[in-house]
Design a protein around this ligand. Structure first.
Ligand code: GCW
Length: 842
């Protein structure tokens, strides 16, 4: 009885004291119900064979030890041994050690590939055998993942990875900022150096290892040569030392011009002897410090980065320079395919950025060294909400390839919008490119299987930061988890992966599981609906933050993310017969499908074809009506996430409940900003009205500019479509308090009162709302501190935001007053007020 009570107290204590700030991600090891009987049936010893100090085998033992204690309240001992005594023990070892020590008893070890493992555990006894030390660690995490999900049943599992390269990339700059990072500064760099305290870096290693990531590139592909100073090389060695026990190699991004800018050679010509020697020397010095360094990542001749083109050398000559320096050390060169001309002119109908990769790389097939891997973004342009597969995957047969995905949501809502990415990734991975009329799914191309390549795999840009949630959002972590799981087994089911993550992250409650599953699975389609449909791309501001809506920014510049929208038609004609011929870069069966508008799937229609807004889709709707409907439907889905999450009140710890709720409420408001901006833009451009009468008609809104203004003045917002009726109000000066008043005309009743305003970077204005002098709500413009998306200093689609006060009682004729106090450069901007009766979204 006493023991039982103690177990109970332990269980309760742990469940209440765990700080749920997200730091442990899915490795919380939260207690699951395990009574004495259950505890007795768990191993009391963790035995490692011949584990050298710092080996992942030792980490495995430590993790199992901690996990058993935290998850099940079971205390186990850890021992290193040279005998095969497995009584009441879990044995953790590499295949080699296992065969050597336990040989006579067990010759039944299954065949494993590099990093694979065999886990065979029944109750208190079993073994975790890795093909290498890293594999043993993966096996340990697999065991713990089962326990943490309350699964204590016997397991006998043999698994090997889909591909040898399962890397993550961080776009961390030496000054500690992170390009396209939305969760605070770098965990690796500050002030031009590697940080002294690598605690967070280590915690990140643990998360990555648990999903079987085997290497990390720690710095931005837009690389800074100062990473190669002796002092910084020492710093890199410190990171490597911390990552090694987790089976993770580190690698770095290089700046192509370093021999000149850092080395002072006056050249960086890849064929110049002094340059070759310089790189080989740098590489030797790095390997002196980090003998197991993974290799390099190079972005060259892209977006203004230096590259071999300066010296009229080919990309292959550029890549091979590094590859050869790495060869004596066994390192890999990841060379990015993201090479294109960003000064392309839209005047020519046949110009097309989507053609660039095949144009640049196809002719070089066979010219790359064997340790070069071409790292290819999933689509031909740039991480858009919907893209076809990059045709380059079907055009290199004698070259290793890896796919590049983005966990950081650069074009997909900066982690301020919930977007569960595996369903998107799967449209790419499962796509059959039909090379030579044979089955050629992308996943088999990148693994190396399809074209019999020795190397291949995966890279994901993750960009975690110092925020305790890692990515800025608790729910966004499902994407990092799923990335690892898919890189190991791309056929794994998106929902099954998600649900493992939910159980590990939030516990086993069925309601929590169902709600997060529903929301996550609805999230990408919703985001596509309210941002950019039919393959037109994410219609975000590509010239500024890549966050909120600005469809006009796609065209008229050299970046090549064109929509070619005019007042009658829209879309890129990528056909061979009449357009950019991009469709012709795919193998014949696929090329034919995309060439013909009838066989092009609707979700890529505008990617491949230029059509009138009145063109009818398979659904029978016109393109323009589809736009309108999809934007309404997407925003409606996002409104639904809020009550769905709120149904979990009390089932999720307070800290995470509130943090997630804040984001979902924000997303619901911002999805309306998106919906209205895109619809207004195309309505304005095409002059074609919404047949359902919604676009441009907002019966429940009161525009701020129509209210009685004191200290406020109307302001024409640019881009116009990001403000309701194109106009907002701002205070007349940066120190004048503004008031906007009006008589309420809606029928008496209870409403949710929404206020759309703009929250700029560079000030924290304060607003208060009164009904007949009764304060019904007040807030501060501090979202730049709370949300983490790239902020804006303008009134635009990034700064537009909605706050809602629920259940406000109103009588017809009441006086509504909003008072805005400006701060810094933020003139307390207001767009409109909306009274929402139950069930109305306006
Ligand atoms: O789309 C662009 C991003 C850049 C990024 C680049 C790349 C690191 O906006 O921020 O640079 O892609 O992938 O190299």
């Amino acid at each position: 009885m006493m023991r039982l009570t103690l177990t109970l107290i332990w269980f309760l204590q742990i469940s209440f004291t765990l700080a749920e700030n997200g730091l442990n991600g899915w490795l919380r090891y939260a207690p699951v119900s395990c009574d004495q009987h259950c505890q007795r049936a768990l191993p009391s010893r963790i035995v490692t064979l011949n584990s050298t100090r710092g080996s992942p085998v030792g980490t495995a033992a430590q993790e199992i030890h901690d996990g058993l204690r935290k998850i099940a309240g079971k205390k186990a001992t850890t021992e290193h041994t040279t005998s095969c005594d497995t009584h009441s023990a879990i044995l953790v070892a590499t295949v080699e050690d296992y065969l050597r020590v336990c040989n006579n008893k067990n010759s039944n070890v299954p065949t494993l590939n590099d990093d694979g493992f065999w886990i065979d555990i029944d109750g208190a006894q079993g073994r975790i055998i890795g093909q290498n030390a890293r594999g043993a660690l993966y096996g340990a995490y697999e065991y713990l993942s089962r326990l943490a999900q309350g699964d204590f049943s016997p397991v006998d599992e043999v698994t090997s990875p889909h591909a040898p390269i399962r890397w993550v990339n961080q776009w961390d700059n030496m000054d500690g900022s992170i390009e396209r990072g939305y969760a605070g500064p770098s965990i690796f760099f500050a002030n031009g150096q590697i940080v002294g305290d690598l605690t967070r870096a280590k915690q990140y290693a643990r998360l990555l290892a648990s999903v079987r990531i085997n290497a990390i590139i720690v710095n931005n592909v837009n690389a800074n040569a100062t990473l190669l100073t002796p002092q910084n090389m020492d710093g890199l060695a410190r990171i490597a030392d911390i990552y090694r026990p987790y089976g993770i190699h580190i690698g770095i991004s290089l700046n192509f011009a370093s021999p000149d800018t850092l080395g002072g050679l006056g050249t960086y010509d890849p064929l110049d002897e002094s340059v070759i020697e310089w790189w080989s020397d740098i590489t030797d010095r790095l390997y002196d410090r980090i003998p197991d360094m993974a290799g390099y990542l190079v972005k060259a001749s892209s977006e203004g980065q230096p590259g071999p083109d300066t010296y009229n050398r080919t990309l292959a000559e550029g890549a091979n320079l590094f590859a050869r320096a790495l060869q004596p050390h066994g390192g890999v060169l990841m060379f990015r395919a993201f090479v294109y001309d960003h000064h392309l002119t839209e005047d020519s109908w046949t110009n097309d950025r989507a053609n660039a990769q095949v144009d640049f790389f196809k002719k070089l097939d066979g010219q790359f060294e064997d340790n070069v891997v071409i790292q290819i973004k999933y689509g031909p342009i740039d991480f858009q909400v919907r893209e076809p597969v990059s045709p380059l995957f079907a055009n290199l047969y004698q070259t290793n390839m890896a796919i590049e995905l983005q966990v950081t949501q650069e074009y997909l809502g900066h982690q301020c919008h919930l977007v569960y990415l595996p369903p998107l990734w799967k449209t790419i991975l499962d796509f059959d490119l039909r090379v030579d009329q044979q089955a050629s799914p992308v996943r088999d191309i990148i693994s190396g299987e399809r074209f019999k390549r020795p190397l291949g795999g995966w890279a994901a840009v993750v960009n975690v930061g110092t925020n305790t949630t890692w990515l800025g959002s608790h729910l966004a972590m499902s994407n990092l988890y799923a990335y690892g799981r898919l890189a190991w087994e791309p056929k794994a089911d998106s929902i099954a992966i998600l649900q493992d993550w939910v159980r590990l992250t939030f516990g086993a409650n069925r309601q929590v599981l169902d709600a997060i599953t529903d929301m996550s699975m609805a999230s990408w389609p919703a985001y596509e609906n309210y941002t950019g449909n039919l393959g037109i791309q994410t219609l975000t501001d590509i010239l500024y933050t890549h966050y909120g809506p600005n469809p006009g920014s796609q065209d008229g510049n050299g970046w090549g993310q064109w929509t070619r929208a005019d007042n009658v038609s829209i879309g890129m004609d990528r056909t061979v017969k009449n357009g950019t011929a991009n469709a012709g870069q795919y193998p014949s069966e696929i090329a034919q499908m995309y060439e013909d508008i009838e066989t092009t799937p609707d979700d890529l229609l505008l990617w491949f074809h230029h059509v009138p807004y009145t063109h009818r889709l398979d659904s029978g709707k016109t393109v323009i009506q589809h736009f309108y409907d999809a934007h309404y439907s997407g925003a409606e889905t996002a409104q639904g996430f809020v009550p769905q999450w709120e149904s979990l009140h009390g089932l999720v710890d307070r800290e995470r409940y509130e943090a997630v709720r804040t984001r979902l409420v924000y997303q619901a408001g911002h999805s309306i900003v998106w919906r209205d901006a895109i619809n207004n833009f195309y309505w304005n451009l095409s002059g074609i009205a919404d047949t359902a009468g919604r676009v441009g008609h907002h019966p429940w809104r009161i525009e701020a500019e129509t209210m009685d203004l004191k200290g406020y003045r109307p302001y024409a917002v640019d881009p116009f479509e990001t403000a309701s009726r194109y106009t907002a109000v701002v205070t007349t000066t940066n120190s004048t308090t503004g008031t906007a008043q009006t008589k309420v005309k809606v029928p008496s009743g209870t409403y949710d009162l929404g206020v759309n305003y703009f929250d700029l970077y560079g000030g924290q204005s304060q607003w208060s709302v009164y009904v007949n002098e009764r304060l019904v709500g007040e807030w501060k413009g501090n979202s730049e501190d709370v949300l983490g998306h790239t902020p804006s200093i303008y009134l635009d689609g990034h700064s537009a935001i909605r706050i809602t006060f629920r259940g406000v009682k109103i009588r017809t004729g009441d006086r509504l007053k909003i008072v805005g106090v400006p701060d810094g450069v933020e003139p307390a901007p207001l767009d409109y007020v909306v009274f929402l009766p139950a069930g109305v979204i306006d």
